[in-house]
Design a protein around this ligand. Structure first.
Ligand SMILES: Nc1ncnc2c1ncn2[C@@H]1O[C@H](COP(=O)(O)OP(=O)(O)OP(=O)(O)O)[C@@H](O)[C@H]1O
Ligand SMILES: O=P(O)(O)O[C@@H]1[C@@H](O)[C@H](OP(=O)(O)O)[C@@H](OP(=O)(O)O)[C@@H](O)[C@H]1OP(=O)(O)O
Length: 299
């Protein structure tokens, strides 16, 4: 039985939040993340995914690194005062990040899947159509971006983020790697090459995941998210190499057995997300070249 005092995660950006006195995840402050079993089949299903995947020898080691480490399940006091509940115990993937910028991106043009209730189908279809899921193949579920000019966080309400259109989603991805004030209409993408680019950057990690999703037929991940984050404390330092930009996959309450077929819904959404990141990198590389050219030629 776990007795350490648990608290609401400081850096949670989407999903059910314990901060509002509701049922939500908790952390122990020492690297463990406690996700309460969600209602119906969801909690058991997510625990089953972690049980299967954590012992799956077919997935390469570097792919295992993109998933939070799984530490089993434990019964602990729920955040909403309803008593003790089973929780999935995971690695708290943002442990050690002091001032992270974090974004949760729900991957897939659709979150509904075969054999669900009419009610849940309509709920998912409504959200998919009402957000960028259908048009972009993914939707931003939530984020917090550190504003270096204001020395504060920009964390819009989830309903505002859910209302983003394609252009607003693109703008948020550009602001995620910008150093100028987030209220500025033209983000400078000054950190794009450090965070999105480079051999260990976000894009390189997404491409590794893409290569695996092009062949893996074990799981179909519905409503799962890419969680990307980096450390602002060090991003301004020369090189910014210890910004520790990371990609993790989370939220497997709605996973299905792959039945020998690739997960084309997730793969398609992931490819679309990758394309937007590549576009930002290319445009920021071009502007870097332009600025260098102007500097060298006294423009
Ligand atoms: N292992 C983890 N370590 C640190 N933070 C995490 C971890 N898993 C999730 N989070 C944080 O919690 C948020 C919600 O996670 P998750 O999507 O699993 O919860 P949820 O309530 O099922 O969400 P949804 O309502 O979208 O299904 C994420 O956006 C992220 O900020
Ligand atoms: O509360 P439920 O029934 O588990 O469904 C949640 C819920 O719809 C939640 O929306 P909100 O109540 O936090 O506004 C959804 O979050 P997003 O809209 O950010 O995706 C969850 O995805 C729902 O969970 P599920 O998809 O498992 O039904």
């Amino acid at each position: 039985m776990y007795s350490k005092k648990l608290k609401a995660p400081e850096h949670q950006v989407a999903g059910h939040s314990a901060k509002e006195g509701k049922l939500g995840p908790l952390v122990d402050g020492e690297g463990r993340f406690f996700k309460p079993f969600q209602r119906d089949f969801r909690g058991k299903n997510e625990a089953k995914f972690y049980e299967f995947f954590s012992s799956n020898k077919n997935a390469p080691n570097h792919i295992h690194g993109y998933f939070p480490a799984y530490h089993g399940t434990q019964v602990v006091e729920a955040s909403n005062g309803s008593g003790k509940l089973p929780h999935i115990v995971l690695e708290d993937v943002v442990t050690g990040y002091v001032k992270p910028s974090i974004m949760d991106i729900k991957i897939g043009s659709r979150t509904w899947y075969p054999d669900i209730s009419e009610e849940y189908f309509n709920k998912c279809l409504g959200k998919d159509r009402g957000t960028t899921s259908v048009s972009l193949g993914f939707r931003i579920s939530g984020f917090k971006i550190f504003d270096h000019q204001e020395s504060s966080y920009w964390m819009p309400d989830k309903n505002v983020v859910h209302g983003y259109n394609v252009d607003e989603a693109r703008l948020a991805l550009r602001k995620f790697v910008s150093s100028n004030s987030l209220s500025h209409s033209i983000p400078d993408c000054a950190f794009a090459s450090k965070i999105y680019g480079g051999s260990n950057g976000i894009l390189a990690q997404l491409l590794e995941l893409k290569a695996w999703f092009e062949t893996q037929t074990l799981y179909h991940l519905y409503s799962s998210s890419v969680l990307m984050f980096y450390e602002n404390e060090s991003v301004l330092k020369k090189g910014g190499h210890d910004a520790r930009a990371q990609v993790k996959l989370i939220d497997f309450a709605h996973f299905l057995d792959g039945n020998g077929v690739i997960d084309h819904n997730f793969l398609g959404g992931l490819c679309s997300f990758i394309k937007l990141i590549q576009d930002i990198l290319e445009s920021s590389d071009n502007s870097d070249e332009t600025n260098t050219f102007r500097f060298k030629n006294g423009h």
